[in-house]
Design a protein around this ligand. Structure first.
Ligand SMILES: Nc1ncnc2c1ncn2[C@@H]1O[C@H](COP(=O)(O)OP(=O)(O)O)[C@@H](O)[C@H]1O
Ligand SMILES: [Mg+2]
Length: 258
């Protein structure tokens, strides 16, 4: 059974079908890409996966520790509690706080609900300020951002802000991560650094990652499998080579240029 299963998922907005009868599955530990032209329904699919929207039809199931959890029946905070995290197309950070505080807030949030304690080996519900600070540093070391711990988020170069945003999303101990166009607005060097960053955190923390990109190159480089959406429909899936040479995919992207 797949780790994440999306079954015949449809999300309509009035007369528009933003996501239309999409079925995909993701295995535990996989890094998969979700691509497609602007307006294809990528972000809408993430919004359904994370509980922002209820599906019009179909369901989303997470198989974890031998249990099937129907995510599409849960509100967003309960989906978060299942170890699901996301980032957004536009950066969302506490810009006037330090890198360390951004991470501490994310950890604190989770500590309140007890999941953070449950997910750490310490297994302690209550985490003191000093505990959290220490864990935040340990976490930042893991993701190679600890040298920036006392910098304000807004003073980081753009590429590092994006990395911090991803790190913060995972500071809660998430195991399933949805990244919405993390390379948007990046130059080639920043994109390259991001690629390495994603590969590192994935390995370091045993993550399963679904990555949205509008630009194909990043996805082609790091994703094991790619799903292609166009006008809300899944038009192709497979390896980078398979998808790259798929006629429907080529046409969808060509159509966009016109
Ligand atoms: N909340 C909403 N209300 C109405 N239409 C929406 C809403 N969110 C997205 N859409 C529409 O759904 C389609 C898919 O959008 P989106 O999922 O953002 O595409 P992508 O992320 O692939 O660029 C677009 O036509 C968009 O205008
Ligand atoms: Mg989008």
């Amino acid at each position: 059974m797949s780790y994440l299963t999306v079954e015949h998922l449809t999300k309509n907005f009035g007369g528009l079908s933003a996501v239309s009868n999409v079925s995909i599955s993701v295995n535990e530990g996989e890094l998969v890409g979700l691509i497609g032209p602007n307006g294809a329904g990528k972000t809408t699919l993430f919004n359904v996966l994370t509980g922002v929207y209820k599906p019009t039809q179909g369901k989303v199931i997470l198989n974890k520790d031998g249990k099937s959890i129907e995510l599409s029946k849960l509100p967003p905070y309960k989906i978060t509690h299942q170890g699901v995290a996301r980032t957004f197309q536009n950066i969302r950070l506490f810009k006037d706080l330090t890198v360390l505080d951004n991470v501490k807030i994310a950890m604190n949030q989770q500590a309140k609900y007890g999941l953070f304690g449950a997910l750490t080996r310490l297994g302690k519900f209550y985490a003191s300020e000093a505990d959290i600070e220490q864990r935040a540093h340990e976490f930042l070391k893991k993701v190679n951002l600890d040298d920036l711990a006392y910098d304000l988020a807004k003073n980081l170069p753009y590429g590092k802000q994006r990395q911090l945003e991803i790190a913060r999303a995972m500071a809660t101990g998430a195991k399933l991560l949805f990244l919405d166009e993390p390379a948007a607005g990046m130059n080639p060097q920043e994109t390259h650094a991001l690629t390495e960053f994603i590969a590192k955190i994935r390995k370091e923390m045993d993550l399963t990652i679904v990555l949205i990109e509008h630009d194909m190159s990043l996805v082609m480089n790091i994703c094991e499998r790619i799903f292609v959406l166009d006008y809300g429909k899944l038009i192709a899936s497979g390896t980078a080579d398979e998808v790259k040479n798929n006629r429907k995919v080529i046409e969808a992207y060509l159509g966009e240029e016109e």
